[in-house]
Design a binder for this molecule. Structure first.
Ligand code: PMP
Length: 361
C-alpha cells in the first residue's frame, strides 16, 4: 500500500491535514453553520425548471463570464455596484482561493486574526503563501489599534478580515476595517460570509469600496441564502481586481447548472432569505439560555454561537452526538460552537447541553 509519505508530494504539503469538519447523518446537524431550513418548495420548482432548460444545452460550454449571474448578484448587493465589479466562483472558498492565487503565492504572505476560519491557513498552504496569524483583544474582539499594529508589524501582501468572524461569531466594526485598509500596503479582504445575520442596522464593508481599489468584499450564498449545496460564492471589488482574478480562474469554472440554479435562487431572494430573522432569534435564544446556564457565550453577529465554560469539550461533544446532535469542536480550550437551527433543533440542543451546565455542576 502506498502512503502519502511515499509520494513525491510538495515538501510544504507534507504533514498537512485536509479540511475535516465531520459529515455525519444525524437528526440535528448544527456543526457547519448551514441554514437548516429547507428551500421553499415553489422556489425549488422554479430552480428545477431553470436547471432542466440548461441541461438541453450542456453540449456547449457555459458563459465563461457568467454575465447574467453577475448582473443578478450586482442587483442583489445594491450599493450601485456595476457588473464589472462582481466576481463569483464555486463557494466563497474558491473566491478566496482565486484571491490568494492572484495576489499571494511563494514569497508572499497573508495575515489573519486567530482564531479565525480554518480554511484561510489551508488556502494559504495550497497556494504556497505564508500564513501569519496575529492575536485578538479580550472576548475575541478586534480593535483598530490591535489590527493596525499587526499590519504594521508583519506588512503582509494580503489581510483577511472575517466579519463576523468564524468560529467566534464576533462582529467587526467598520472603524477596524477602514483602519486596516488605510494601514495595509496590499490587498484587504473582508469575508462577509455571515453578514446577513448581523443585527439590523449593521453596515457592510460594501459601503467602503468606493475609492479603495484594494479592498475586496466576499460573500456567499451558502449561509443566509440556504444554498450551501449549490456552491456559489461571490465578491465585489474594483474592476481591476476582477481582471486579476480572471488570470487564475479555470475557464468555465461555474457550470451551466450552477449558473442556472443560482439565477433561480436570486430571482426569489426574499423567499430564500425569509428565515434570516428567525435564525437570528434562535441565535439570541441560544446566547441568552447558555448564559443563564452559566456558560460563557461570546458576542455573535452570525448564525452560530461560540461558548466557553465547558469543562471537557470533547466529552460534551460526544454526549450530544450520542443523542443525535452534532455541534463543533474547534480546538479552543473550554469552548464549543453551535449553529442556530430551527426552533425544534435549537430546543433539542439547549435541552441536551443543560445537563452540562456549570451552574448545576
Ligand atoms: N468564509 C467563512 C468565514 C466561512 O465560515 C465559510 C464556510 N464555513 C466560507 C467562507 C466558505 O463558504 P462557501 O465556500 O460555502 O461559500
Amino acid at each position: 500500500m502506498t502512503s502519502l509519505d511515499d509520494l513525491p508530494i510538495r515538501d510544504d504539503l507534507r504533514g498537512r491535514t485536509p479540511y475535516g469538519a465531520p459529515q455525519k447523518s444525524v437528526p440535528v446537524a448544527l456543526n457547519v453553520n448551514e441554514n437548516t431550513h429547507p428551500i421553499p418548495e415553489d422556489v425549488a420548482h422554479d430552480i428545477v425548471a431553470r436547471v432542466a432548460a440548461a441541461i438541453l444545452s450542456l453540449n456547449r460550454y457555459p458563459d465563461r463570464e457568467f454575465t447574467a449571474l453577475r448582473r443578478a448578484l450586482a442587483d442583489y448587493l445594491g450599493h450601485d455596484l456595476d457588473i464589472d465589479r462582481i466576481w463569483a466562483a464555486n463557494g466563497s472558498n474558491e473566491v478566496l482561493q482565486h484571491i490568494l492565487q492572484a495576489f499571494g503565492g511563494p514569497g508572499r504572505s497573508v495575515l489573519g486574526f486567530a482564531p479565525t476560519y480554518s480554511m484561510y491557513g489551508l488556502l494559504a498552504s495550497g497556494t504556497g503563501t505564508e500564513w501569519i496569524t496575529a492575536g485578538r483583544d479580550d472576548e475575541f474582539e478586534l480593535s483598530p489599534e490591535t489590527a493596525v499594529a499587526a499590519v504594521r508589524e508583519h506588512d503582509p501582501d494580503i489581510v483577511l478580515l472575517c466579519a463576523p468572524n468564524n468560529p467566534t461569531g464576533t462582529p467587526l466594526s467598520l472603524e477596524t476595517i477602514t483602519a486596516v485598509a488605510d494601514a495595509a500596503r496590499g490587498i484587504v479582504v473582508v469575508d462577509e460570509a455571515y453578514i446577513e445575520f448581523a443585527d439590523p442596522g449593521t453596515a457592510s464593508a460594501l459601503t467602503l469600496l468606493e475609492g479603495r481599489p484594494r479592498l475586496l468584499v466576499s460573500r456567499t450564498m451558502s449561509k443566509a441564502f440556504a444554498f450551501a449545496g449549490a456552491r456559489v460564492g461571490y465578491l465585489a471589488a474594483d474592476p481591476a481586481v476582477i481582471d486579476a482574478l480572471r488570470l487564475v480562474r479555470l475557464p468555465y469554472h461555474l457550470s451551466a447548472l450552477t449558473q442556472a440554479a443560482a439565477l433561480g435562487a436570486l430571482a426569489h431572494s426574499d423567499e430564500m432569505l425569509a428565515m434570516v430573522g428567525e435564525i437570528r432569534a434562535q441565535r439570541e435564544r441560544i446566547s441568552t439560555e447558555l448564559a443563564r446556564l452559566g456558560f460563557h457565550p461570546y458576542r455573535s453577529g452570525s448564525n452560530f454561537v461560540l461558548f466557553g465554560g465547558v469543562d471537557d469539550p470533547h466529552a460534551v461533544f460526544q454526549a450530544l452526538l450520542d443523542r443525535g446532535i452534532l455541534i463543533r469542536e474547534i480546538g479552543l480550550p473550554g469552548c464549543l460552537r453551535v449553529t442556530a437551527g430551527t426552533e425544534a433543533e435549537t430546543s433539542a440542543f439547549l435541552e441536551a447541553i443543560a445537563v452540562f451546565a456549570p451552574a448545576t455542576a
